[in-house]
Design a protein around this ligand. Sequence first.
Ligand SMILES: [Zn+2]
Length: 152
Amino acid sequence: MSDSAADPDRTDPEPTESDPTETVDPSELTDEEWRDRLSEEEYRILREAGTEARFSGEYVDHDADGVYRCGACGTVLFDADTKYDSGCGWPAFYAAEDDAVTTHRDTSHGMRRTEVRCANCDSHLGHVFEDGPKPTGKRFCINSVAMAFDDE
Ligand SMILES: [Zn+2]
């Protein structure tokens, strides 16, 4: 016969304190908070992996020095120096800033593509293809709505 009494050495973990005044980490925003921060079109593309219509975006033919930031969290994603005219109907870049984006396999719409997301807030930006120019051979095909141009 064994005694099934609770382990007397068991201790409860200390509750962790959270500071309500702290700046919100964009990766921890709730769906509702995202809807408050973004326009309907921004929300559809950034948070629901939508796509703007070809040649509709404000940055398709945009040609100026500066950087393109994430439209959701402000992280610098692309340098205007890497932007080129791909003719695909969306802003195209041959390189992203170091560690600014993550890539994910995307098999939606019956296609095999590589999705590009912001590394900081995980928002959808567009796709990357292997038919870009030198030196990288990559074509980052990014929605204008997902970005904010900054002429720094
Ligand atoms: Zn972001």
